[in-house]
Design a binder for this molecule. Structure first.
Ligand SMILES: Cc1cc2nc3c(=O)[nH]c(=O)nc-3n(C[C@H](O)[C@H](O)[C@H](O)COP(=O)(O)OP(=O)(O)OC[C@H]3O[C@@H](n4cnc5c(N)ncnc54)[C@H](O)[C@@H]3O)c2cc1C
Length: 287
């Protein structure tokens, strides 16, 4: 199908984009366009104006600042996948990026676009939950920072308010013995996550789990923190039985989606299996 008519403006600076957004409440930000344009073609989205932020150079970066990793919202999946810095200090991000779509999607799609879009089968939301990210958003009134646990509200609904643009993701660098992993069952047709699990573990000197952080996508209307799994893991020796017991709680308290491809029961089963795999891989990498 063809999208309805719309106007298009390419913003040169973040401030210009924020001004345009403040003046046009129904406008949509265009980042990589790999979710928005398909939605417009299906007429699921009919914005009267697109504000393209794709050429704002200072929204696209990966850098270390003090104890944090900072990633600009317009950083592409490929930039993250190929970042030598991230491979060294936060390997979950490049690993997750490598699971997204194909080469074209990874070249154009952005981490900010994906997080702002909050597709229930998108990969980034699980990873940023596991990394306890902080999301910095800007508007004409200034900036605010949102903790990832307060960001994903419902199906394609986030804490971003009218007039706000996601500007940066901040992630605290890990200290000590950490291991991270992202595992995913790709939908055979779309490549999106039927289930995707991100695990981020910190071990103490004895090799026991000091802190577990687990994000799961694909299973429910939004990505979520698997709190019951984390509680089971914290303090455990991460042996096979402890991992299996924790993974069995992957969908505790969660409304599970069922569809033509994967029933509710099948998704529950997949969530448990992939959670076990993610924890086992992260634990192995931490040793
Ligand atoms: C064939 C195909 C396969 C794909 N496979 C996968 C996959 O396996 N896994 C996966 O996770 N994704 C997949 N995607 C989606 C892809 O990752 C998108 O790039 C991503 O979801 C959206 O990022 P974008 O930069 O393209 O955003 P856009 O499509 O430009 O924007 C998406 C939404 O976010 C808003 N937005 C964008 N940036 C900002 C910002 N900085 N602040 C506020 N709002 C903003 C837009 O207004 C829009 O509503 C696939 C897409 C395609 C076309």
């Amino acid at each position: 199908m063809i999208a309805t008519q719309f106007d298009y403006v390419r913003a040169q600076t973040l401030d210009e984009a924020l001004t345009l957004l403040a003046q046009n409440e129904d406008a949509k930000i265009l980042a990589g366009g790999h979710s928005l344009i398909p939605a417009m073609k299906l007429r699921l989205a009919t914005p009267p104006l697109l504000i393209d932020i794709g050429r704002i150079a200072d929204l696209s970066y990966v850098r270390e600042e003090g104890n944090q990793i900072r990633i600009g919202a317009m950083t592409s999946h490929y930039q993250i996948e190929s970042s030598e810095l991230l491979k060294k200090i936060c390997p979950l991000l490049p690993e997750c990026a490598g699971h997204i779509g194909d080469v074209q999607v990874r070249n154009k799609g952005t981490i900010g676009g994906s997080v702002a879009h909050s597709d229930p089968a998108g990969d980034w939301p699980a990873a940023v939950i596991a990394l306890n990210a902080e999301l910095v958003v800007a508007s004409k009134n200034g900036e605010r920072s949102i903790k990832v646990d307060d960001f994903f509200l419902d199906l394609m609904t986030t804490a971003l308010e009218t007039g706000e643009i996601l500007r940066e993701l901040r992630i605290n660098k890990s200290n000590g013995r950490t291991g991270q992993a992202y595992v995913k069952m790709h939908h055979p047709a779309s490549g999106f996550a039927v289930v995707g699990v991100a695990a981020n573990l910190t071990l103490d000197d004895s090799g026991a789990c000091q802190r577990a952080s687990i994000g799961i996508t694909g299973v429910s209307s939004k990505a979520y923190r698997a709190g019951a799994v984390e509680s089971e893991l914290n303090g455990s020796g991460l042996d096979e039985q402890a991992i299996a017991n924790a993974a069995a709680r992957a969908t505790d308290g969660v409304d599970i989606n069922g569809d033509l491809f994967a029933s509710e029961n099948y998704r529950r089963h997949l969530a448990q299996v992939y959670t076990r795999r993610a924890i086992a891989a992260a634990s192995e990498r931490a040793r």
